[in-house]
Ligand binder design. Structure first.
Ligand SMILES: Cc1cc2nc3c(=O)[nH]c(=O)nc-3n(C[C@H](O)[C@H](O)[C@H](O)COP(=O)(O)O)c2cc1C
Length: 440
C-alpha cells in the first residue's frame, strides 16, 4: 500500500523523484508569464514549481495534481481513482488535534497579503486571485468543520473578495452562523497535499478532514487557529485567519472561471484577514482557473459519486469519467439488456447536477479518450432512438442564459442482439512497446 505523505513537500519529493515535477528557476511575472506557463504544464500533465514569481520570495506550485494517471500513481490507486476513492471514503478517519505544527513556525500579526505571489490568471480578470486555498468553517449546529475551495480576489493588504455559491455547504454554514449571531469565522489553508485538496473539493456532508483521513489511511493532524475557533491542517504551508464581513458587500470579479468565461461582476462578501501563520519558508499553491487542474479537483471525487449511483441503477456499469470537463460524463458498461445504459445515464444526471451530456459506451471503448468515445457515438447510435433530450432539470446554478437546464443522454452502446456485428477491427498485440523496439 502506498504511503501517502503528510504534506505538500513529501508529495513534491515524490514527484521530483519520479521525474514528474517541472521546475522553473527564471523569475516569472505573476500575470503575464506564470499563468501561461502553468497552462503549458497542464498540457504536459505535470506539476510545475516556480522558484521566483514577481517580487515575492515564495515558490509557487501550479497544476499540483498533474494528470489523472500521475495522481493515480502518486496515491497508489491500482484499481483506478473512482473505485479507490469510493472504497477508502467508506471508512471516515477522524482528524487528530496536535498542540502545534509546521504551519505555526511563523505567526504574523501584521497582515500583508501583497507579500504573497498571487497570480492574475486571464487577460480580463479584475485582479489577482488566491485560488489554491481551502476555506474552513465550523458548523454552528454540529460543531463539525466544512472545507471547500473558494476563489479569493485580492482587495487590499488584509482583504479578499469571497464568492460562495448558494449551492455550497460553506454558504449554508455562513448563513446559519449569521442567523445565530455567531462570528462568521473562516480560515484559508494554502499548500496542501493533493489528497487533502481532493477531500476539500468533494461535495460531501462528511467532515472533509475525516474524508482526508479516510483517503490517507491515517488521521489528518490539525492545530487550533490563533484568533478564531477553527482547526486547520498542521502541515499546511500558510493559513489565513479571517472573519467574513457582514456589514456590506463589494464588487467581486471577474475571474475567468471553470466554464471558460468571465462571470458578471457582482457584489459579494469580503473576508478580512486578521492573522497569518506559516512555515518558515512556505510554498504558495495555486490552481489555474478554468484548467484541467481545476476540473480534476472537482471531477475526480464526483466520479466516485456518479459511479456508485450508476452501478446501483445498472449493475453492468464498470467505470465512469468526468474528464476532461465536468459537464460531460462517460459511463462504461458491460451491457446485458437494452435500456440498461439509459437507466445508468439517468442515475448519473440525478447524482451530479453539473453533468449536461452523458454518454454510455461499451467495455471496448477507451472512456479517457474522447476520440474513441465519439467513434462509438457515430458508429453505435441510431440518433432517433438512442438520444434523449431531457428538459426542465436542475443543472449548474449560475445560469443567466438558461444553458444548463436541459440534458442530453446518448446511449452509444451496441445493441445486445447484434453485438457480433459491432466487434472492433484490431491489430494483433495492440499494447506492443514501440519504445522497446526503437531502442533495439
Ligand atoms: C480551484 C477551485 C476554485 C473554486 N472556487 C469557488 C468559488 O469561488 N466559489 C464557490 O462557490 N465554489 C468554488 N469552487 C467549488 C467548490 O469548492 C466546491 O463546490 C466544493 O465542493 C464546495 O464545498 P462545500 O460544498 O463543502 O462548501 C471552487 C473549486 C475549485 C477546485
Amino acid at each position: 500500500m502506498t504511503n501517502i505523505g503528510k504534506d505538500l513537500r513529501s508529495y513534491l519529493d515524490q514527484a521530483r523523484a519520479a521525474g514528474t515535477l517541472l521546475e522553473i528557476n527564471k523569475p516569472a511575472d505573476p500575470a503575464a508569464e506564470a499563468p501561461a506557463l502553468i497552462r503549458q504544464a497542464v498540457r504536459r500533465g505535470k506539476p510545475v514549481l516556480f522558484h521566483k514569481v514577481g517580487d515575492s520570495d515564495l515558490p509557487v506550485l501550479g497544476n499540483s495534481l498533474g494528470s489523472r494517471t500521475w495522481i493515480e500513481t502518486a496515491l497508489g490507486c491500482e484499481q483506478g481513482f473512482a473505485d479507490w476513492f469510493g472504497d477508502r471514503s467508506a471508512t471516515p478517519v477522524k482528524p487528530r488535534m496536535v498542540p502545534t505544527g509546521p504551519v505555526k513556525e511563523v505567526i504574523e500579526n501584521q497582515v500583508d497579503l501583497a507579500k504573497l505571489p498571487i497570480l492574475t490568471f486571464a487577460a480580463e480578470d479584475g485582479g489577482p486571485y488566491i485560488t489554491g486555498g481551502i476555506g474552513i468553517q465550523r458548523d454552528p449546529d454540529t460543531g463539525r468543520q466544512n472545507a471547500g475551495f473558494y476563489s479569493l480576489m485580492f482587495k487590499g493588504p488584509d482583504l479578499v473578495g469571497l464568492r460562495m455559491l448558494a449551492s455550497t455547504h460553506g454558504y449554508d454554514i455562513f448563513q446559519r452562523r449569521i442567523a445565530q449571531g455567531l462570528p462568521t469565522e473562516m480560515a484559508i489553508a494554502i499548500g496542501l497535499h493533493p489528497v487533502d485538496m481532493l477531500a476539500a473539493a468533494s461535495h460531501t456532508l462528511m467532515d472533509e478532514f475525516e474524508l482526508a483521513g479516510a483517503l490517507r489511511g491515517e488521521p489528518l493532524e490539525l492545530v487550533k487557529c490563533e484568533t478564531i475557533d477553527v482547526d486547520v491542517p498542521a502541515h499546511a504551508e500558510i493559513v489565513l485567519e479571517g472573519i467574513i464581513q457582514t456589514d456590506g458587500l463589494e464588487p467581486e470579479g471577474p475571474i475567468g472561471d471553470w466554464l471558460g468565461y468571465y462571470p458578471l461582476v457582482e457584489d459579494r462578501h469580503v473576508l478580512k484577514i486578521q492573522r497569518i501563520t506559516s512555515r518558515r519558508d512556505p510554498i504558495y499553491q495555486t490552481v489555474l482557473s478554468g484548467s484541467a487542474d481545476e476540473n480534476m479537483l472537482l471531477s475526480l471525487p464526483r466520479t466516485t459519486d456518479v459511479l456508485r449511483a450508476a452501478k446501483k441503477a445498472a449493475s453492468g456499469v464498470v467505470n465512469a469519467t468526468l474528464d476532461p470537463f465536468l459537464m460531460i460524463c462517460v459511463l462504461q458498461l458491460t451491457k446485458r439488456f437494452d435500456g440498461e445504459a439509459m437507466n445508468a445515464i439517468l442515475a448519473a444526471f440525478g447524482e451530479v447536477p453539473f453533468i449536461k451530456i452523458c454518454i454510455a459506451v461499451d467495455e471496448d471503448v477507451d472512456i479517457f479518450n474522447m476520440n474513441d468515445v465519439m467513434w462509438a457515438v457515430v458508429t453505435r447510435t441510431r440518433l432517433e432512438q438512442d438520444m434523449n433530450v431531457i428538459g426542465n432539470v436542475m443543472g449548474f446554478s449560475r445560469d443567466p442564459f438558461g444553458h444548463y437546464k436541459t440534458k442530453l443522454a446518448i446511449d452509444a452502446t451496441a445493441p445486445v442482439e447484434n453485438r457480433e456485428h459491432y466487434r472492433r477491427a484490431m491489430v494483433v498485440n495492440p499494447e506492443i512497446d514501440l519504445d522497446a523496439w526503437l531502442a533495439d
